[in-house]
Structure formats: C-alpha cells, structure tokens
Design a protein around this ligand. Structure first.
Ligand code: ATP
Ligand code: MG
Length: 381
C-alpha cells in the first residue's frame, strides 16, 4: 500500500491517518482478465481533495490515479436556482439513468471503474467490446465518464432507452489525474472523431430564460419515462446541477417501497420532497391531480405486490438479466458481487448467439421477513 501514499503525495502522518480510518479498499480481483493491473486500491470516502471512488492502481504503465466522479448537487426548483448558479449560457444534457462508469486504458486494455472505485468485470468486458481504444492511445491522460444504460445492467436495469443489452453514453471527458472536465464543444468533437455516443445535449439557452425552457424539457422527458437533466456551464468551469422528472422520482419510490425493508427512509423522504417543490412550481390543477395519483400509486402498488408475493409463500426478489461473452468473466463477476457484500444468486448460464444469458437474483431478506412477520399477525414493533 506504500505506492498509494506516494502517489497521493501524502506525508507519513497523513498516510497513517488514511490507514487508521480504514479508507482504502482493494479495488480489483487479481486475474489474467485484469492483466495490466498489479495492485489497486480505492478510496471508500473523500480524502483531502480526492473524491470518494478515486482509484490508485499500480499498473504495467506505472502508478496511476483515476479521480472519483464528483457529486452533482440537486436543484429542487428551477427558478431562481438556475439563474443563481450560472452566468450567460447554460447547456441542458439529458440525465440518463444507469450507472456511472469511468473508462481508462492501462497497458493495452480498457478498464471500467464503477462509481465506488471498483474495476468491474461485467462492465470492463462490455467496454472492451464497445469503446474505440484509439482514443486513449491519442489521449492517455483522459478518461471517459459514461452512463452504462440498458436492460442488461447488473445495477440499474431500465428499458426506457430501447437498449436490449447495455451501452455507454459519454457525458464528460476529464483529465483522470486532475479531474478537470473538457468544455462541452470539445467533448462533442472527440465523440464525433472516435464514434462515442453522448448523453443527448438537449438545449443551449441563456440563464434568463433557462427555467422556462427547462419546464417544457422536463415535462417532455417525463412523458418518455426519462430521468431528467443535468444543467452545465458550456466551459465546465462551474459545478453542474441536476433536476429530475416526476416519473423518475416516482419510479425510485416504487422501487424503494417494493423493497421497503432494504431502503433507507431518507431515500424515500427526499423523493417525496422533490415532488412537493415540483408540484408547487410546475403544476396546474390537472397536472396536480395526475401527480397525486402517480405518487400514490408509486408508493402503494409495488408494496402491495410484495405483500401478495409473501402471502403466496414467495421471497421478495429483484431480478436482472445479464449477458456474458466469456464464462470466466461470469466467475469473476460472482466474486466481485460477493466482495461488494451483495446477497446474490445466479441462474445457470444459457448460451445465446455466442454469449451467455444469466439471471441475477437479489433476495430482499429484510422486506420478506418483515412482511411475513406482519402477515402472521404480529405487531409492527
Ligand atoms: P451524485 O453523488 O453525483 O449526486 P448519485 O449517485 O446521487 O450521485 P444521481 O442522482 O444519479 O447520482 O446523479 C448523478 C449521476 O448522474 C452522475 O454520477 C452520472 O452517473 C449520472 N448522469 C447521467 N447523465 C449525466 C449527464 N448528462 N451528465 C452528468 N451526469 C450524468
Ligand atoms: Mg443515477
């Protein structure tokens, strides 16, 4: 672990603090699939200027730091928030709903790092198939920050994008060592040159009218079941801000109440508060009524389904369809999930067009047990 302290430029005192606070975690599984990595750790929490999820890897190219993706703060109102935080022009990008991946090259191969800083075998396999590696040969200091979206996602499966498997949508190009983001125009140029898909750039508007344009954009995205927008400074010098649709808030709530034993109360509460401010700012009487129904159903419908499942003697489970092109990567992924502390089961792989489909089950034990306890006539507490 000495290379970590050196790479981060820590004094002996700071290095000790890093160890005492238990902030470093092993970030990968030693395996020929990750042959360019000799050793790798990730920051489990923010440390000094380094974001949570920062990866420090000893690789065949020497020691490399890949900074964690910064937190994006949330707006609850469009006005006056956008006006207050930006100057001049702002860009609205679609906020795609998947999971955050940073893609880098070590040695001759691509590596996909998830938000927490793990090198993920599932995602790395797909990145090596879908991302043009020439980009990294020409720009070794840059990383692609992408949303991995689609139905075959181990973490956030969604069918609203019409992607049956999984794909990567670049939303930032950053210096992996300093975390400085390229201006949006340069990102577009690089995407064009190397054939990357971008998270859609929806509009560029002056701050004075941005809140009005955003209202229409948000309603339209909501109708399509999309998540929301990230509002960015074209030069990427100011911190971006996110804002989500009611449909996305409600879909989160539905998920959280389906698995109410597993999800924290903060997760639920924050989404209800978002709906309150959005209703206040956007709704006429009709829209307000529709929102009430949507919110109520989101909370109750999925929860009643879970209760029915337990009454029928089933366990409450989340299930995801995955696809592997190499069964060795499936073995690695099982170990990866185990190390992440996820309680998971997998079906036997079924061969399909030179790949293997696997079902990934997460048993929601706390929800199942609590429902069963109540259905047996016991009291809540
Ligand atoms: P955060 O700590 O950044 O708030 P979170 O886990 O709460 O993260 P989200 O609410 O999903 O995440 O919002 C931020 C995330 O949105 C980013 O980490 C990124 O993965 C995702 N994202 C999707 N589209 C974009 C985009 N166009 N620009 C920036 N981020 C995007
Ligand atoms: Mg997200």
């Amino acid at each position: 672990m000495k290379f970590v302290a050196e790479a981060l430029g820590l004094s002996p005192v700071a290095a000790r603090r890093l160890e005492e606070k238990n902030i470093l975690k092993q970030a990968f599984i030693r395996h020929p699939f990750f042959s360019d990595v000799i050793d790798a750790f990730k920051l489990d929490r923010k440390f000094g200027e380094y974001e949570e999820g920062t990866l420090i890897a000893k690789t065949v190219d020497g020691v490399q730091i890949v900074r964690g993706y910064p937190k994006i703060r949330r707006a609850l109102t469009l006005y006056p928030t956008i006006k207050k935080h930006f100057r001049g022009e702002v860009v609205f990008e679609e906020k795609m709903n998947g999971y955050n991946v940073r893609i880098v090259m070590f040695g001759e191969n691509l590596y996909a790092i998830t938000r927490g800083g793990y090198i993920c075998p599932y995602t790395t396999e797909k990145a090596r198939m879908l991302i043009n590696p020439d980009f990294f040969k020409d720009h070794p200091n840059l990383m692609l920050c992408c949303e991995a979206v689609g139905e075959e996602s181990p973490f956030v499966p969604k069918d609203v994008y019409g992607i049956k498997e999984i794909d990567f949508y670049v939303f930032d190009v950053r210096d992996r060592r300093t975390n400085e983001a390229l201006p949006i125009r340069e990102k577009e140029k690089l995407a064009d040159e190397y054939g990357f898909k971008l998270a859609p750039i929806l509009a560029e508007v002056h701050v004075s009218e941005a809140h009005e344009v955003a209202k229409d954009v948000i309603r339209e995205l909501g109708r399509k079941g999309r998540e929301g927008i990230v509002i960015k400074d074209p030069n990427m010098k100011r911190q971006p801000i996110k804002y989500t649709t009611s449909e996305s808030n409600c879909s989160d709530l539905s998920f959280a109440f389906r698995f109410f034993g597993e999800y924290g109360k903060d997760f639920m509460f924050s989404r209800i508060i978002r709906e309150g401010f959005q209703a206040f700012e956007l709704d006429d009487e009709e829209e307000f009524k529709r929102r009430c129904t949507r919110l109520g159903e989101a909370i109750l419908k999925a929860m009643v389904e879970s209760i029915r499942e337990v009454r029928e003697g089933k366990k409450v489970c989340d299930r995801m369809r995955l696809r592997f092109y190499d069964l060795e990567v499936f073995e690695l992924f099982k170990e990866h999930v185990r190390r992440m502390g996820v309680n998971a089961e997998f079906s036997e792989p079924i061969e399909e067009n030179r790949s293997y489909v696997v079902w990934f089950y997460r048993h929601m034990k706390s929800t199942t047990d609590r429902i069963r306890h109540i259905l047996e006539g016991n009291l809540w507490q």
